[in-house]
Design a protein around this ligand. Structure first.
Ligand SMILES: Nc1ncnc2c1ncn2[C@@H]1O[C@H](COP(=O)(O)OP(=O)(O)O)[C@@H](O)[C@H]1O
Ligand SMILES: [Mg+2]
Length: 314
């Protein structure tokens, strides 16, 4: 495996504020790596240090084997970058924008094939200002592709987009991965990370709270299976006197946390014995979002999540 990103004890101070507080991680070639955390966690700061846009306070940083601050010139042609809140000139259309942008790097590119790759070929000659939010993000992706980058940095590429536009961006990210490119993605959508990422790093207040595959993180920090019944709260009261498993009741739903598979039958037998009526039963496991909320809390810092559809932090 080749390491495309290596961070050791990364620290970044803005005056008295420690925005990044000792981050260690590595990303392998071909991975989609999701960097998750609430607003203010230090995601953009870390990404900008990796892109060579910001100096670090201390620690080791290697991107494609280079120091992005001192060796930026060697690195810049090998990266694809879309900053958070990417914007472009209003009076330009996607095909021109790609040709123009490639020109800045002294490159000639096939703009139409890049547009096709980001599924924007039918908007090749529409004004940028007329594009939807999702199409603007795709144009950002198209620009990031002019260098045929080995590694892409996408900082919240789907924030504020409707669910359909988000899905469409996910498809493009998957296609980038299938070409062997590595993607460092920051997001605050847990569902997005769980669906797209090979590995996930959750940061909070500049520190790593969890790191691994979504499955590993759920295993390590999540609770096991939960048996969920639609029934009155008195069923919860009854079960609490009969089993030593955690039982919760909310909105006519009674949840029992199971330790082993055998608990399912045991609990259902007790429910039957109780004579208390119930309407629905199901089992479910923690999602990455459940784990995130447990680790990071229902954060008030993530105040700008409104309107973006499902999967955000509530
Ligand atoms: N240029 C800056 N000067 C001072 N403080 C900053 C600057 N950029 C970010 N911060 C602060 O650093 C912390 C991390 O911010 P940021 O990296 O943007 O987080 P995220 O991208 O996870 O929302 C926040 O408290 C933010 O206010
Ligand atoms: Mg940010």
């Amino acid at each position: 495996m080749t390491e495309v990103i290596h961070l050791q004890k990364l620290v970044k101070d803005y005056g008295p504020l420690r925005a990044v507080d000792g981050i260690d991680l590595s990303v392998q070639k071909g991975e989609v790596f999701a960097f998750l955390g609430p607003n203010g966690a230090g995601k953009t700061t870390t990404v900008e240090i990796l892109e060579g846009l910001r100096p670090r306070t201390s620690g080791t940083v290697r991107v494609l084997g280079l120091d992005p601050w001192t060796e930026n010139k060697k690195l810049i042609h090998r990266l694809g970058v879309i900053p958070q809140d990417f914007k472009f000139f209003e009076k330009i259309h996607p095909r021109e924008a790609i040709t123009f942008y490639a020109g800045l790097f002294g490159k000639k590119v096939d703009a139409d094939s890049i547009l096709k790759q980001v599924q924007l070929e039918d908007k090749a000659t529409d004004w940028y200002e007329k594009l939807s939010g999702g199409q603007k993000q795709k144009m950002g992706l198209a620009l990031a592709l002019v260098n045929e980058p080995e590694l892409l940095f996408l900082d919240e590429p789907t924030t504020g987009l409707d669910p359909q536009a988000r899905r469409s961006i996910w498809e493009v990210i998957r296609s980038l991965k299938s070409e062997g490119r590595s993607v460092f993605l920051t997001t605050h959508y847990l569902e997005e990370a769980q669906l797209l990422a090979d590995r996930v790093c959750i940061i909070n207040h500049g520190k790593i709270a969890a790191l691994g595959t979504p499955e590993d993180i759920i295993q390590e920090h999540g609770k096991g299976e939960v048996l969920s019944l639609q029934a009155a709260p008195r069923l919860a009261e009854y079960l609490r006197t009969k089993v030593d498993l955690p039982v919760r009741s909310e909105n006519h739903t009674v949840d029992v946390e199971l330790s082993t598979n055998a608990d399912i039958l045991r609990v259902l037998n007790l429910v039957e014995q109780s004579g208390i009526p119930w309407t629905g039963v199901s089992t479910r496991r923690d999602t990455l979002e459940d784990v995130f909320i447990r680790l990071v809390g229902k954060t008030t810092e993530s105040g700008d999540l409104g309107g973006a559809g499902s999967g955000g932090l509530k």
